[in-house]
Design a protein around this ligand. Structure first.
Ligand code: SF4
Ligand code: SF4
Length: 302
């Protein structure tokens, strides 16, 4: 069975992407079977931060396939439409309006829920695809890669994330690493859903603690086991450590605040390139994550 690890954070700028990329790279470069849970296949990294994907900037993968992310939106068949107005009343998102002698669709507001089509008494609504984003897949020497990109001006990242996860899913035995959108709203939930473990990246500051508390609440609701990585360890205070101890959340790793690391990341390098010893550290961390995910799975009977 494939293990799925989501790397998330309560907000952007915590080092989430560099950790997700480093984790996947560390398991692809050396592991392949004996030393890692990836059982011989290179890991699959999916960048689900579809509003601002940036994992490819660290990896520069070769793009091998692409597909459109689409929503199925209504199209009114005018010669069957009796202008009864039922569809405009049913639409919870105000995406349909009766204007003059036709029903008008505001495509950016449509969530593609299909309610209007179901409700139309005259079978006057068809569904047509509307492109809202792009999916890309490729690889590097270390891993397989996929990303979603929401079109500029589009407001709904969820379908792009969902379609990316459907389009590129791990093969049996392949490790999946999900780079999660920052924050704790729907895109984060959509990404981490179905994961075996969530790695929460934070900073040891009051702000980091506040965002971590929110993220922990969401992951608990989803009943997914989790652990914390403290990035820029050494700045700030001990609030994050105390919170993790109180809440019984394991601290998986502390990455020290060091100029060499900060400068390297700012230049587009990943942690395991700047400090190669982190390959092994991250492999060890993944083994512990796999054990914790397995224990949680046994406790819940899955
Ligand atoms: S598909 Fe749903 S959101 Fe879109 S117009 Fe119809 S009812 Fe509204
Ligand atoms: S429910 Fe059907 S028939 Fe009624 S206004 Fe909408 S599209 Fe036209």
């Amino acid at each position: 069975m494939a293990m799925k690890i989501a790397v998330a954070s309560g907000k952007g700028g915590t080092g989430k992407t560099t950790l997700a990329v480093s984790l996947a790279v560390s398991l692809g470069a050396n592991g392949r079977g004996e030393r890692t849970p990836s059982e011989g296949r290179p890991p699959l990294l999916l960048d689900c931060d579809v509003e601002a994907p940036d994992a490819h900037l660290f990896l520069e993968p070769t793009v091998e396939a692409s597909a459109k992310a689409v929503l199925q939106v209504p199209r009114i068949v005018q010669d069957r439409c009796t202008l009864c107005g039922v569809c405009t009343e049913v639409c919870q998102f105000n995406a349909l309006a009766l204007l003059g002698d036709e029903v008008h669709l505001f495509p950016e507001l449509c969530h593609a829920c299909g309610s209007c089509k179901l409700a139309c008494p005259d079978d006057a609504i068809e569904e047509v695809p509307r492109e809202v984003g792009l999916l890309e897949a490729g690889s590097t020497d270390d891993l397989e890669f996929g990303r979603g990109l929401l079109n500029v001006g589009e407001a709904m990242p969820l379908p792009v994330i969902r379609q990316l996860k459907d389009w590129r899913h791990p093969e049996p035995g392949q490790l999946l690493v999900l780079d999660t959108p920052p924050g704790t709203s729907c895109p984060m939930v959509e990404t981490v859903m179905g994961s075996d473990f969530v790695v929460l990246v934070t900073e040891p500051t009051p702000c980091g603690l506040h965002d971590l508390e929110l993220a922990v609440e969401v992951v608990r609701e989803l009943a997914i086991p989790m652990g914390v990585v403290i990035n820029r360890d050494g700045i700030g205070d001990s609030g994050v450590e105390e919170f993790c101890a109180t809440e019984d959340i394991p601290i998986l790793l502390r990455i020290p605040f060091q100029r060499e690391i900060a400068e390297g990341i700012a230049r587009g390098r990943i942690l395991v390139e700047i400090r190669p010893e982190y390959r092994e550290i991250l492999q060890d961390m993944t083994r512990r994550v796999a054990e914790m995910a397995g224990q949680a799975g046994r406790r819940s009977g899955t």
